[in-house]
Design a binder for this molecule. Structure first.
Ligand code: PLP
Length: 401
């Protein structure tokens, strides 16, 4: 991984290795992703638009990347994999392809990317448990008219907690609804499979998957994608354009929604990162990450005036993301202290999930019996995180509290 030993100069003049604990925002670049980009760069040319050798190589690389990413997300043979800029773009594309009259059901715990794109939506209150989420969905769907889409984050970008995707999928399908997964935070931590899970759509961002070259994906059922007007109108999406306004025949398939010159290097980097992650035993990755999460959470639980944010029980399955408040110190001051005194990168704020973080801060304040302020600190763990990084973070927090 690039940037694994990044010396940073602190304001007091000390030089320390940077401890990146902000993978959930953007993960560093895998060497394999950078190598794939470097290998292709001398050949860099147009995609789907040239007869020359370089263009043909780039076109092939683009479409092979699509196949490799389809394999990574366990796409069904007849699913489409559409390239987007990121998860936000993928969710907005999904919002645009919904059949007329579709109601979108989402919970208040979503990232804004999965909360704001929907025109006609039912927002369910934050559940106190996975079972409550499943029950609320089962109670809501029968009352809806017309097509319905349930959309849920696979792993919370605030708490790391996993949502009960299998049970929600079963309920959605039992009531004739489809289900979309915001997998932005899941895919770097756990294997996914559209085919095995029966989930209908999945969105992800390359820059959270160790491929920081600006590509994302919406993968899933072809019928809605092929029936909808193109997400972007323009060259590359058109099979025929006549003289008269509106005389246009659009392609079916991913090209329908990918007008304009595509982000070749982004998708090639993303495919390389997917291949690399697929080579690692997921059990080994998970065990390593959960050990770091245990170290982090048990350290936090021993700090006075510090409370972790969570939706569900403390032992809910989760990925390596933990947010917390510190009663005596504003979150921005905590993260500045960690950066300036210890060379640690974390994030503070509301993490593009304003309703969720506000609610969890209120809950945690009540549990703690002290107000935690109006923003939180988020620590997120990835492939380059070490025991020393977590120790350093806990030591830095101890100084503050
Ligand atoms: N969904 C979740 C759960 C996220 O964590 C994020 C980013 O933090 C997004 C969606 C949006 O991703 P992007 O900013 O890459 O569009």
């Amino acid at each position: 991984m690039l940037g694994q030993r990044l010396p940073v100069r602190l304001p007091d003049g000390r030089l320390v290795d940077y401890a990146n604990l902000d993978y959930a925002a953007t993960a560093p670049c895998l060497a394999a992703a950078a190598a794939a980009v470097n290998e292709l760069l001398p050949w860099y040319a147009s995609v789907h638009r040239g007869a020359g050798v370089a263009s043909r190589r780039c076109t092939a690389a683009y479409e092979e990347a699509r196949e490799r990413i389809a394999a990574f997300v366990g796409a069904r043979a007849d699913d489409h994999v559409v390239f987007t800029r990121n998860t936000t773009d993928a969710m907005n594309l999904l919002a645009r392809i919904l059949p007329a009259g579709t109601t979108v059901v989402a919970w208040a715990g979503e990232h804004h990317a999965n909360l704001l794109p929907w025109a006609r939506t039912v927002r369910l209150p934050l559940p106190g448990s996975p079972d409550e989420a499943v029950g609320a969905l089962a109670a809501t769907l029968p009352a809806l008219d017309g097509p319905a889409l349930v959309t849920v984050t696979a792993a919370s970008n605030v708490t790391g907690e996993l949502w009960p995707v299998a049970a929600l999928t079963e309920v959605a399908h039992r009531h004739g609804a489809r289900i979309a997964l915001d997998a932005a935070q899941l895919v770097a931590h756990r294997p996914v499979s559209l085919a095995d899970s029966a989930v209908d759509y999945l969105a992800l961002s390359g820059h959270k998957l160790y491929a920081p070259f600006g590509a994302g994906v919406l993968a899933g059922r072809a019928d809605w994608l092929d029936a909808a007007p193109p997400y972007l109108a323009g060259g590359g999406a058109t099979a025929y354009v006549g003289e008269a306004t509106g005389d246009v025949r659009w392609y079916d398939g991913p090209a329908r929604h990918e007008a304009g010159t595509p982000n070749l290097l982004g998708v090639v980097a993303l495919a390389a990162a997917c291949d690399e992650l697929s080579r690692v035993d997921p059990g080994v990755l998970e065990a390593r990450e959960l050990a770091l999460v245990r170290q982090l959470r048990s350290g936090l639980s021993r700090l006075p005036g510090v409370a972790e944010l969570r939706m569900f029980d403390a032992d809910q399955d989760r990925v390596g993301i933990v947010s917390f408040g510190v009663a005596s110190v504003p979150a921005a001051a905590v993260s500045a202290h960690l950066a300036d005194r210890h060379g640690i990168g974390v994030r503070d704020g509301l993490f593009c999930a304003h309703p969720l973080v506000r609610r969890l801060l209120a809950d945690s304040s009540a549990r703690l019996g002290q107000p935690l302020g109006d923003t939180a600190v988020r620590v997120s763990i990835g492939l380059g995180t070490t025991v020393e990084h977590v120790d350093r973070l806990l030591a830095g927090l101890r100084e503050l509290v």
